[in-house]
Design a protein. Sequence first.
Length: 133
Amino acid sequence: TSAVGPTPGDLLAARVELLNDATPSTRTRTAQQIIAAIRDDEMGPEDQLKVVGALVGLARNERMRGLSATGRYNLLYVLSEVPQPRWRMETWRAVTEDLRASLATLDARISSNAVRVGDDTRRVLDTLNSRLS
């Protein structure tokens, strides 16, 4: 029997933290690859879900706190580029609910001034919240 290697989704999911990389070109390239894979359907549905699951994991409160302001923006921007119908798919229910909870926590932290976000991040966060509603 031969072992099956990682899928393209596994490989890209393992790289989502590069959205927070110190090098701007690495952050940009990673965001472009993720958006192409998901929004532009360059990756199959199962692999897309793996990548989105990794992004949503990065959005969890304890991990989100470890991101730079740029990394946080990049993460929210990439998530906001996921087509709205995907968030309504039955197979995406768990990641959608997980992301809603994480965004509610982030919104609460912003409201209490525990974290500050700029206007661009606020717009992307509002876009993402509306896509999930």
